[in-house]
Design a protein around this ligand. Structure first.
Ligand code: FE
Length: 205
């Protein structure tokens, strides 16, 4: 398509959030980067969630969610725990001490966040790979004064740095998590073993 510079979209700014839900006695959470307040009266937020996430299905079924706002203090283990593994195979909350339940019964994070919102889903829009959820805010709690984490700050300061080049030949770095693939070309069906993102997120170095 003419005049379509997809790199321009990287100039949009985003936050990073832990999105949690609870359904039929089960808890799960995932990391998302698209969430915003859209109206004040009534108080509504929107969030986009990849359909591949178990958390997505739990929100569809229960309509309940908590959005914890991550801060610049967040360490890589939070992203590894909630972003780089699936709730279908592990309990992402196991061994995590700093969690609590809000009034809707859903977990929120007490550490590495500056607050959380509880939402009740009112509308859903199918966007293909993602669902856009519209939710009424039912609880909003401030927990600290730490600055909110942006996606840009995560890339600059938090994600794993690629290790020094040890072999000859091309290397590709996952733009999401920093995993390094060595080889002339990333296979079309390659899935990043750390974060699960595909070939399109790998950048040649
Ligand atoms: Fe990755």
């Amino acid at each position: 398509m003419e005049n379509l510079d997809v790199n321009m979209l990287k100039k949009l700014s985003y936050g990073l959030f832990l999105l949690t839900s609870r359904n039929e006695g089960r808890d799960n959470g995932c990391i998302i980067n698209v969430a915003a307040q859209v109206t004040t009266n009534p108080l509504q937020i929107v969030l986009a969630v990849n359909k591949g996430n178990l958390t997505h299905d739990m929100i569809v079924q229960s309509g309940l969610l908590n959005l914890s706002v991550l801060t610049t203090e967040t360490t890589m283990d939070i992203f590894e725990r909630f972003g780089f593994q699936s709730g279908r195979s592990v309990d992402k909350f196991e061994g995590l001490a700093e969690i609590s339940r809000s009034k809707n019964g859903v977990f929120y994070l007490e550490k590495s966040v500056n607050g959380f919102l509880s939402g009740q889903v009112s509308r859903m829009l199918d966007l293909g790979t993602h669902t856009l959820f519209v939710a009424d805010v039912t609880e909003a709690v401030t927990l600290s004064d730490q600055p909110s984490l942006t996606y840009a700050y995560y890339h600059e300061h938090i994600k794993s740095k690629p290790v020094a080049k040890a072999t000859e030949g091309a290397r590709w770095v996952c733009d999401v998590c920093g995993y390094v693939y060595e080889g002339d070309e990333v296979p079309d069906d390659f899935v990043c073993p750390w974060c699960g993102h595909g070939k399109s997120d790998f950048v040649r170095q």
